[in-house]
Each structure stands twice: as structure tokens, then as C-alpha cells.
Design a protein around this ligand. Structure first.
Ligand code: KG4
Ligand code: ZN
Length: 337
């Protein structure tokens, strides 16, 4: 089955074709970073309008790269939430219309399920159960995955998501939007241990997170500092160490709690090199295995949506003819596959 995947939940237009026999056939991404940079963050109305402009050319480009005609498609998957409603509507309406015209089934995919299953793009033979750490700009969750569509939330952030903390911390130290990857790059040249920030909520039982206090700690340290470039890098390193260590401690706890041997890591912060190294080390020590998507599939992309949609379409699931999107959407409410 050849499935077209469409991702338009935020500021990236992603398109891909996943073939359930041959694997990923092609994928393309258009980032709106330049469009939103002047505003220091995503402007929802501008995002929707840009998806309208870019989506169909990107679909044509992806099909051409896959060597397929539109009539070769057997199904269409689009992100139906959570995300910006206007942006989601563009992908959902286009995907639904295309499926209608082709007479093939369509399915609305949960964006976080797309992220969660992305490590399977690298190795589709991995079998649940596993623990998944989802770390994106809007979510930080630990999930026990007993099967595809069988998700139990173990813990989540009580305030800022890990990616949001990266972005806000970068902004308060004057780094350009989008700050997370910039901050991570800066931390490479920073020295570890010069600025020590707390590992929030690791001193008590449980698997929830809280990152907003960390951002305040950085703000106080930054204001009291000489605000030079080397100091900025040292603070960035201290912040990154704190987030990485906190995530690693909670992941290990979750593996213990679920008696699981496999950790999946997905979402934009999963592209962070130091987080990847730290989790590899933790897993290696306890004889467990950690699985990441390649960095370009950690951040938003069409491949993960095509893949997650294909799993559900192959199982006979599909959406009805209405165009429905969800700004918020509980992943535990998804049907099992
Ligand atoms: O999954 P994603 O692309 O979009 C959402 O669904 O939110 O995640 C974006 C988030 C942003 O907050 C961004 O700052 C963060 O992931 N991010 C990173 C890195 N690359 C992206 N955070 C830390 N280190 C990185 N290398
Ligand atoms: Zn995402």
C-alpha cells in the first residue's frame, strides 16, 4: 500500500510517501522559519496561509521523487491534531479532498503518535512493549506502549515542554528564533559545571516533569553574569546538562516501573546530540536498548505521518468523509491497531 503523508500542524509543511512493501519512497519538508523569524515565534495565521501556498507543490515534488503518479496512491494520511487549528485544516482538507477524488481511504493521524512511531522508520521489526519519551515543542511525555494504539501515559510536564524550555531559554539570552537548536549548538562550546541548575522533580517519586523553573534559574544567572559570548555558551551548557540529566533520570525510572527493555525517543528534542549520547549510555549500562529516529525525523516531518497512517490504513481503519481536526487530542483515546 502506498500512502501519502501530509504534516501541517505547525510551522513545517511535510510530505512523504510510505510504501508498506518498499518502505519510505520519498519525503520533502518546507520550513517556515524565515517567515516567522521577525516575530520571534510562530504566527498561526501566517502559518496557515503558507501551508496553502506550499502544500500542493510539495506533494507534486514528493510524488515525482518517488517516481509515482498521483493515481498510484492507495491511501492518504494527514495530521489531524494536536496543533494549530488553521494549519491542521489545510492538510486535513487537502488530504481528504485528494483521497475523495482518487477514491482511496484517508486517515487523520495523531501528531504525537507520528512522533512516537518514528523510530520504526529506521527498524520496522521492533516489537512493543516499550517506553517512549516524547519531547517536542508542545509535549513532554513518558508513555508505556503496549501495542500500536495502546498508549498509557506514565508522566508529563506540569508546565513547559522540554522543547519550549529550550526555546524560551534561548530567547531570554538573545538567541534568534527558533532557539532550541541554536542553544544546543552554543552549548557545544560551553563548559560543563560552571553553571549548575537543578534537575527539577527528580528528588521525589513519579514521572512528571517541570521545566519552567529552570528557565527562571537561567534568567537570574544570565542577568547576574557579564553577558559575554563565552558566558552565554557556559550557561547554555549548564541548562542543556540539566534538561538532559532530568530526562535521563526519568527515563530510567520509567523503564524500571514498566520492566521494559526498550526506550523509544522521539520529537524535536530527540535530535539533541547530548540527550542521544546520555540515553545510549544509560540504556547500555542496564542492558536495555534505546531507539531514535534519524535527527531529521525527530523534528516535524511527513514521513512519520505517512508511516503511522499506513499502519492504521492497512489495519482497515479510516476516517469518514468529514474534515475534522483537534487542537488538543488525548493519545490514550486512539483505537488499538
Ligand atoms: O517535534 P517538533 O519539531 O515540533 C513539535 O511538535 O513541537 O519539536 C520542536 C522542538 C522545538 O522546541 C525545538 O527547539 C526543539 O524541538 N529542538 C531541539 C533541538 N532541535 C529541535 N531542542 C534541543 N536540541 C536540539 N538539537
Ligand atoms: Zn512535532
Amino acid at each position: 500500500m502506498k500512502v501519502l503523508g501530509i504534516e501541517t500542524s505547525c510551522d513545517e509543511t511535510g510530505v512523504a510517501v510510505y510504501d508498506t512493501v518498499a518502505g519510505l519512497r520519498a519525503h520533502a519538508l518546507y520550513s517556515q522559519i524565515a517567515l516567522h523569524a521577525d516575530y520571534g515565534g510562530v504566527v498561526p495565521e501566517l502559518a496557515s496561509r503558507d501551508h496553502v501556498r506550499k502544500l500542493l507543490p510539495l506533494v507534486r515534488q514528493t510524488l515525482a521523487e518517488a517516481g509515482l503518479a498521483v493515481s498510484d496512491l492507495d491511501g492518504v494520511a494527514y495530521t489531524a491534531g494536536p496543533g494549530l487549528v488553521g494549519a491542521l485544516m489545510v492538510g486535513a482538507a487537502s488530504g481528504r479532498a485528494l483521497a475523495w477524488a482518487l477514491g482511496v481511504p484517508a486517515i487523520g493521524v495523531h501528531h504525537m503518535e507520528g512522533h512516537l512511531l518514528a523510530p520504526l522508520l529506521e527498524d520496522s521489526h521492533l516489537q512493543p512493549p516499550f517506553v517512549a519519551l516524547l519531547v517536542s515543542g508542545g509535549h513532554t511525555q513518558l508513555v508505556f506502549v503496549q501495542g500500536i494504539g495502546r498508549y498509557q501515559l506514565l508522566g508529563e510536564t506540569l508546565d513547559d515542554a522540554a522543547g519550549e524550555a529550550f526555546d524560551k531559554t534561548a530567547k531570554l539570552m538573545g538567541l534568534p528564533y527558533p532557539g532550541g537548536p541554536e542553544l544546543a549548538r552554543l552549548a557545544e562550546s560551553g563548559r560543563s559545571g560552571l553553571f549548575k541548575f537543578s534537575r527539577p522533580m527528580t528528588d521525589r517519586p513519579g514521572l512528571d516533569f517541570s521545566f519552567s523553573g529552570l528557565k527562571t534559574q537561567v534568567m537570574l544567572a544570565w542577568k547576574a553574569s557579564d553577558q559575554s559570548d563565552p558566558t552565554r555558551a557556559d550557561i547554555a551548557r549548564g541548562f542543556e546538562d540539566a534538561v538532559v540529566e532530568t530526562l535521563a533520570i526519568k527515563c530510567e525510572r520509567a523503564l524500571d516501573q514498566c520492566a521494559a527493555k526498550t526506550l523509544f525517543v522521539a520529537g524535536g528534542v530527540g535530535a539533541n546530540t547530548r540527550l542521544r549520547e546520555r540515553l545510549q549510555r544509560m540504556a547500555g549500562k542496564r542492558g536495555a536498548r534505546v531507539c531514535f529516529p534519524r535527527p531529521e525525523f525527530c523534528t516535524d516531518n511527513g514521513a512519520m505521518i505517512a508511516f503511522a497512517g499506513a499502519l492504521r490504513l492497512v489495519a482497515g481503519q479510516h476516517a469518514d468523509a468529514s474534515v475534522t481536526v483537534h487542537a488538543r487530542w488525548d493519545m490514550a483515546s486512539l483505537p488499538a491497531v
